[in-house]
Write a protein that binds this ligand. Sequence first.
Ligand SMILES: Cc1cc2nc3c(=O)[nH]c(=O)nc-3n(C[C@H](O)[C@H](O)[C@H](O)COP(=O)(O)O)c2cc1C
Length: 173
Amino acid sequence: MKTIVIYNSQTGFTKQYAQWIAQELQCDSISLQRINEIALSEFDTIIFGSWCHAGRIKKLNRVFDELKKDANKNYIVFAVGASPMNSPDVEKTMEQNIPKNSIVKGFYFQGGLNYEKMNLSSRAMMKLFSSMLKKKKDATESEKKMAEMVSRSYDISDKRFIVPLVRYVHSLK
Ligand SMILES: Cc1cc2nc3c(=O)[nH]c(=O)nc-3n(C[C@H](O)[C@H](O)[C@H](O)COP(=O)(O)O)c2cc1C
């Protein structure tokens, strides 16, 4: 079975997960910007990874919908976000982006925040989000924790999180 990992990453976390997955599955990983360099028809399993942006998986609709046209292929999406794996937002994001009846199998991996590598608009949005959370009255404990966390860069990514995805791909063989 031939597999490819395609990733869309702004600050590197999704790229890192794509590389870890490709290493484990012994296949190639390629940035979405270079997609024209490969022939998608050659692959049986297409894995697309991208980062979470305001509850959406970036480029999932616009790009991945175009990619998943062949019903005989296996399609897997992994989303990378700043929210920890056990955060209630994660389940909501995954449900909203990948409907239950979809042919796509979805996974979420916690990444982190890297203010140094963000573009200007991303940095401004995150700073705004952080100050809004900090000012929020009646904030829940998890919101208070989140407000503190997102005020600076952090890395909570871990290669071990890819295990369920890797197992899933092996089960397809
Ligand atoms: C504008 C903006 C919005 C974001 N929205 C979310 C979000 O809704 N949920 C989440 O978990 N992370 C969110 N993040 C965090 C990124 O998904 C996180 O930093 C991710 O690790 C970035 O991946 P990358 O390094 O591959 O670009 C957001 C980041 C930015 C800059």
